[in-house]
Design a protein around this ligand. Structure first.
Ligand code: ZN
Length: 133
C-alpha cells in the first residue's frame, strides 16, 4: 500500500472509530460532566470514565459488539459459523469487563452506536440520570 493510500485508509478508520465517541464527548461537555477518555487504569479501558465519581462509559459499535435486536448487528452470509463465534466471543469479553468494573463499585453505561445516530434527547436524559445520580 502506497503512502497516500495508506494515510487515506488510516483517516477513514480513525473517523469510523471516533465519530460516535465524539458525539458522546460533546454531550458530556454540554451536561458539564467531567470525564477522561480511554481510561487505561480501569478494566476494559473505558471510552469515558470519572474514577472519583465511579462511572464508566463504553461506546459500542453495533456490528462488532453485536447489539441485540439491532438492524446493524448483521452476520455475513459467508463463513457464518466463524462470524457467529467471533461475535459471541466479543460479547463474552464485553460482559467480563462490565462485570470487573461493577465488582469495583463502578456504574457502567453502554452507549450503542445507533443511540448516537438518533435524536440525542433520549441519550442525554439517560446519561444525565445515571452520571449525575
Ligand atoms: Zn444498535
Amino acid at each position: 500500500v502506497t503512502d497516500p493510500a495508506r494515510s487515506a485508509l488510516m483517516r477513514r478508520v480513525r473517523q469510523a472509530r471516533t465519530a460516535p465517541e465524539d458525539r458522546v464527548a460533546v454531550l458530556l461537555r454540554s451536561l458539564k460532566i467531567g470525564y477522561r477518555r480511554n481510561v487505561r487504569g480501569l478494566p476494559g479501558t473505558p471510552d469515558f470514565a470519572n474514577r472519583s465519581r465511579r462511572w464508566a462509559i463504553f461506546v459500542m459499535g453495533c456490528y462488532w459488539h453485536h447489539h441485540t435486536n439491532c438492524p446493524h448487528a448483521t452476520v455475513p452470509k459467508q463463513n457464518r459459523t466463524f462470524w457467529e463465534a467471533k461475535f459471541q466471543a466479543n460479547r463474552r469479553r464485553d460482559a467480563r469487563k462490565i462485570q470487573a468494573l461493577r465488582a469495583k463499585g463502578i456504574r457502567v453505561v453502554l452507549v450503542w452506536e445507533c443511540d448516537t445516530k438518533k435524536s440525542m434527547v433520549g441519550l442525554t436524559e439517560r446519561l444525565s440520570d445515571v452520571l449525575k445520580a
